[in-house]
Design a protein around this ligand. Sequence first.
Ligand code: CA
Length: 513
Amino acid sequence: MMNTKIISFTGILTTLSIAHTSYAQQAEQHPNVIIILADDIGYTDLGCYGAKKIKTPAIDQLARQSIIFTNAYAPASTSSPSRYALLTGEYAWRKNVGILPADAPLTISPATTTLPEMFRRNGYQTAIVGKWHLGLGTKDIPVDFNREIKEGPLAIGFDYAYYFPATNDRVPCIYINNEKVDGLTPNDPINVSYKQKIGSDGTGKENPDKLIMKPHLGHDGTIINGISRIGWMSGGNSARWQDDKMGEHLLNKTISYIKKHADSPFFLYYAPHNAHEPRVPSPAFKNKSKAGIYGDVIEEFDYYVGKIIQTLKETGIYENTIIVLSSDNAPMIKEGYQDGALENINGHNPYGNLRGEKYSLHEGGNKVPFIFSWPQKIKRPFIQTQPFIYLDMLATFADMLNLPITKKELKDSRSGASLFTQVQAPLYREYIMTQNNGGEIAIRKGKWKFLPQRKNKNAELYNLENDPSELHNLIFAYPQLAQKLKIEIEQVYNKNNLKSATKLFSVLLASKR
Ligand code: CA
């Protein structure tokens, strides 16, 4: 059982309930808030969650002073829908958000009260550094990377944005500084296509001799830094990122931001690319871990977290800064490239005893590490075993920090603030609803996990208390319970036009490369 491992690691932590006091009542001044959202890091990839062959000393140290969640869920088992739900507090399936190309229109309406918008209207400076992956431009006016990009992070509540548009395996391989591509020269414009080859750069399909790692299907487009990507791009040569320097580049932007805003409360969404493919650690981390290249990029991530904490301490704001550390979804170790990650993983297991991986509706796809640190307020760290979904951070922060927001603005988000102050907190919501990339739903209700019938798959019902690995489908043993859970899902779904949503999902899935 994973819980045993975690508890033995954090044996110094008390398991006694601390007094239920509201953080909001105690708050003298607004704390800074940093959300560190890793990309494709699994439930047991960190030392504090049981990893032995991957060393994460900075995160482990943070965890010792934090509330560690052992049943925290990413809203989706892929990037865009998970990030959408975190920032908006709304189920991503309501807006048909699946994995997006970089030229997809902005998925979040500027009228939405997002997490950064809520903080901003309460006097916070707000920033994103790292991965965006929520679309740019509009449906009518697609993004043009050579012009000012208005419909992006700055349109939905961020004051400052330094980001890459989609994923590190997709074109265009460039950073955007607020509204403009960083380092772009006018005589070398960027063109991007996900339909056909453009420009004269080599491709993974045509020029395999130029590659440093072989691609799997769909990753054989334009070669940038010896790695072929999803899609094709031309131009923007002076603006292209270097994969082995990405982590440090984004860290430096983050550190500069923290130093510059140390005097005012800020909300910072730091979303590095680690440990998403292509995995290209900086030279200092290459071959460092005992779990091959997979472990190397996670150890590098840990180093960045350590540097951020160090900066907070040096600027004197660590004590009153909340750090939330989690991952957008679980990994798939062998996906887009033949980088040797799986072959050299040396027995490390990112999923613990959970079934499934990225894209899955099973626990292995959505259950992620989740650490909540606030040194000034958390005097008795503990392990929280109650289920929590981070779609609820919008309502939770509003409640915890006494930030006004209307019920309508909260959308699907519910406050789980009690879980952050009490070990034995009651269930804060009736069920946890998670999704896969295609918008298919699973619900967890107490100990029960239900996956309705879906494409080529029969319905499944598991008792997670006895069967955390989801090995024994109890659908025929408890038909009435399954039916009840099915109706509950349908009630949520039917409030929205399910039929049109399903149709859109199938289009999205067909276009997924
Ligand atoms: Ca991801």
